[in-house]
Design a protein around this ligand. Structure first.
Ligand SMILES: Cc1cc2nc3c(=O)[nH]c(=O)nc-3n(C[C@H](O)[C@H](O)[C@H](O)COP(=O)(O)OP(=O)(O)OC[C@H]3O[C@@H](n4cnc5c(N)ncnc54)[C@H](O)[C@@H]3O)c2cc1C
Length: 398
């Protein structure tokens, strides 16, 4: 295994850097840098800039308008985008649904939906989890009953990220209540504007309604919106999860957070000295950095294997745990560095434009909300407890 970059990869990194410095709008990168909230139009505008460049869908084949980058190129782009404080790309249509459609959907579904994902005409959200069906996803109860050329859907989804912006939702629904848990599930595409769909926001601990409950009350869905075969949805759902869990280490996010933290610690006074000379703080910061370097090496191994066509194995569970714990620790240290200035809760500042003044240093107002928001990382995408169980069984063979 060779962990150094080839000249072509270095050239690619330079090209990405040049693009970001020219095309990433300053007002967007400032919002991301300061931990402010992004509006739908912020996210849509960055989506459009990447689409115009042909870089919106790194993992799609060229025939569908993708960039067809290998795993190393994707990682380089992700690292550079994080360091430049680019908005994150909403993954539901691009990197979750699209691979499922390409692998299991009909040609008509690919021709219809994929261009609309790229153009931004459709905003997708993910309807997997339900009350009582999160870690135990196969316990889901939302029912779809065939009625002529429609399914009639009844039930509830929860934790639907950014569902308030979406016009489509891909759902796991139960189409055979008598079969074994995993065998009676289907994968259905539902237009959120269909009568009977209700979206209700859930306000999280940071004060933002980033997630929602979605209710289905006799929602009629055309049968052509079924992906693949009826009752085979579990296979497609698991395939989608392998895509959800790629790049799970979030090395780019942590690199960017560490750079901010180092800058803040060097410029914050504590007991007459810069904070990065406080032994307690410096030790925690160093430990986080060492952990990050170790994880980045493991990540490179996985990425370099993936670039050679090998599927990531249970080491993705290690990356999920380490990656999320490191990001949480970095957000915790930034909060400590902000001290009492992190306490005022300033929704107007977080949601507002550039004219709303911050209190205290510029990194402080978003420090506590971001710290609270980061708690989600160890829960979603398969909670860290579940990942530990996977490691115990698949790696340690206990
Ligand atoms: C911010 C956020 C956004 C999300 N976005 C989406 C989305 O867009 N679409 C979507 O479908 N879902 C989404 N989810 C749901 C997410 O996938 C689930 O929260 C996750 O799978 C955990 O399920 P749960 O919340 O039902 O917790 P539970 O499964 O009830 O677990 C509760 C606790 O028990 C532990 N636990 C459960 N089973 C075991 C076990 N067998 N062994 C050891 N410990 C166990 C868990 O680790 C956890 O700590 C989101 C969640 C969050 C928090």
């Amino acid at each position: 295994m060779d962990l150094s970059y080839t000249p072509e990869e270095e050239a690619f990194r330079a090209e990405v850097r040049a693009f970001l410095s020219e095309k990433l709008p300053r007002h967007l990168s400032e919002k991301v840098r300061l931990g402010k909230r992004l509006t739908k139009s912020d996210m849509v505008s960055w989506h459009a800039i990447l689409n115009a460049q042909g870089w919106l869908a790194p993992n799609w084949p060229k025939e569908y308008g993708g960039a067809e980058w290998d795993a190393v190129q994707r990682m380089i782009f992700e690292e550079e985008a994080c360091l430049a404080h680019a908005p994150r790309i909403v993954p539901f249509g691009l990197s979750m649904l699209a691979p499922v459609l390409m692998a299991f959907g009909s040609e008509e579904q690919c021709q219809h939906y994929l261009p609309r994902i790229l153009s931004g005409e459709d905003w997708w959200c993910q309807g997997y989890s339900e009350p009582g069906a999160g870690s135990d996803l196969a316990a889901l109860k939302t029912r779809a009953v065939r009625d002529g050329d429609h399914y009639v859907v009844n039930g509830q989804k929860t934790w639907t990220t950014l569902g308030q912006h979406a016009n489509w939702i891909f759902c796991l629904v139960r189409t055979d209540a008598d079969a074994k848990k995993q065998e009676g599930i289907s994968f259905l595409l539902i237009d959120m504007n269909t009568p009977g769909v209700t979206v209700r926001p859930i306000v999280l601990i940071d004060g933002e309604a980033e997630v929602n409950e979605v209710f289905f009350d006799d929602v009629r869905v055309p049968v052509e919106n079924l992906v693949g075969e009826e009752n085979k949805g579990w296979t497609y759902a698991k395939y989608l999860l392998t895509h959800e869990r790629t790049n799970i280490a979030g090395v780019g996010f942590s690199n960017a957070a560490l750079a901010t933290l180092k800058h803040v610690a060097a410029s914050t006074q504590s007991g007459g000295k810069p904070l990065d000379q406080n032994p307690y703080f410096a030790a925690r910061m160093a430990l986080a950095e060492i952990d990050l370097m170790a994880m980045a090496t493991t990540n490179l191994r996985v990425v370099s294997a993936a670039a050679k066509g090998q599927a990531p194995g249970p080491e993705s569970s290690m990356l999920k745990i380490k990656g999320t714990v490191i990001r949480q620790e970095l957000s915790s240290l930034l909060c400590r560095a902000a001290g009492p200035d992190a306490m005022p809760f300033l929704p107007d500042y977080l949601d507002g434009g550039d004219n709303v003044p911050a209190e205290g240093p510029e990194h402080a107002p978003a420090a506590a909300p971001n710290y609270f928001n980061m708690r989600k990382l160890s829960i979603f995408g398969g909670s860290n407890e579940i990942q530990r169980t996977i490691i115990t069984k698949a790696i340690l063979q206990l």
